[in-house]
Design a protein around this ligand. Sequence first.
Ligand code: MG
Length: 358
Amino acid sequence: MPPLQLTAETLEMHLREPFRISRGVQTVARPVLAHVLAHDVEGLGEAAPSTFYGETGDTVRTCLDMFADHLGDDPFALQTIVERIEGRIRRHPAAKAAVECALHDLVGKLLGIPVYRLFGLDPARTPQTSFTIGIADPEEMGRKAAAAGGYPILKVKVGTTDDSARLGAIRSVRPDARLRVDANAAWPTARDAARAIEHLSRYDLEFVEQPLPPGDPADLRWLRNHSPLPIFADESCVTAADVHGLAGAVDGIVVKLAKCGGLRAALQQIQAAHLHGMQVMIGCMIESSVGITAAAHLTPLVEFADLDGNLLVVDDPFSGVTVDQGKLILPEAPGLGVRRRNTMTASGGSVRIGGETP
Ligand code: MG
C-alpha cells in the first residue's frame, strides 16, 4: 500500500468582534489544517496553535513536515501512528491533534461511520454548549449577551478591574441565563481570587474557570475550600498527566484537543478526571468547524461543553456540528462529518469565503 500523504493548509479567519480575555485580544485566527490522504479518501484535522502553550502556525507546519514521513501506510494503526509522532518531538499538542483528528476522520470515512460511533458514543447525550462573552465595557457586554439570546448558557470572561459592573449588565438583560465565568489566570493569589469570587457569586454563577495562574495545586485547594462556587482548571490542566495532581484541588477540568494532543489523549484526560470524581468541560480555541466538530464528537462523555470558537468568526470555511438552543447536534456523515462551504481560494494558501456567516 502507498504511504499516507500528509499536507498542511493555513486558514485565515476573522473574529466577528475583537475577542478580549484577561491577558490579551485577538482579531484574526490562523489555524492549520492537516490533510491525510489514503485510498483517494481524505481525512481532515485542525491545529489551533496557542503561543501560551508554545505553538504558532510556523511550529505547526514544521511539525507536520516532520510527521509526514512517519505515518506509514495503514490509517487504522492509530495507536502506532500516535506513538510514532509522539516519539518525534515532545509537546506541540495542536500539531499532533491535527494529524490524529485527520486520521480519525479518515478511518470513519473508510468505515462509513461517524467518529462518535468509533468511540461508541450516543449522539443524543451531547450537552449544551456555552457561548462566550469576551471582555468589553459593561454596556457592550450586556448588548452581546442580549444578542446571544439563542444560547441558554453564557461564559463570561472576567479579570478586569470592575467585573461586577459587567456581570450586572449581563444579568439585567439575561436574568434566566446559566452563567459561568473564566478568569484566564487573572487573580494573582488565592486570597485575591477568593475575594473576587465572593463578590461575583451574587450574580448566580455555575462555576469559575482558571482563577489563578498555573502553579501549586495547594493554592487551588485552599481556594476551593474558601470559594462559594465550584472551581475548574483549564490552563492548570493541560494533559491527563496533570489530572492526578489536581485531585481534590478543583471540582472540574477543561479538556481541549489543542492542549492535550488529540481525541485519544482527550479521552484519557476525561477518564482520568472522572476516576478522580471531577467533572469535565470540553473547550476550544478560536477554531474552524473542523476542530470544533472533532471535539464535539467526544462531548457525549462529559458534563459541560464550551465549543463556540467557530461561532465567533465571520468566515469559517467549514460546516459541521450545529447548535440548537445551545444543544450540540453532531453530524451523521462518516468521519467528522465536516464539509467545506462554497469558497473562493485566495493566494498564499489561505481560504476566505464571501458573505456567508455561521
Ligand atoms: Mg478557559
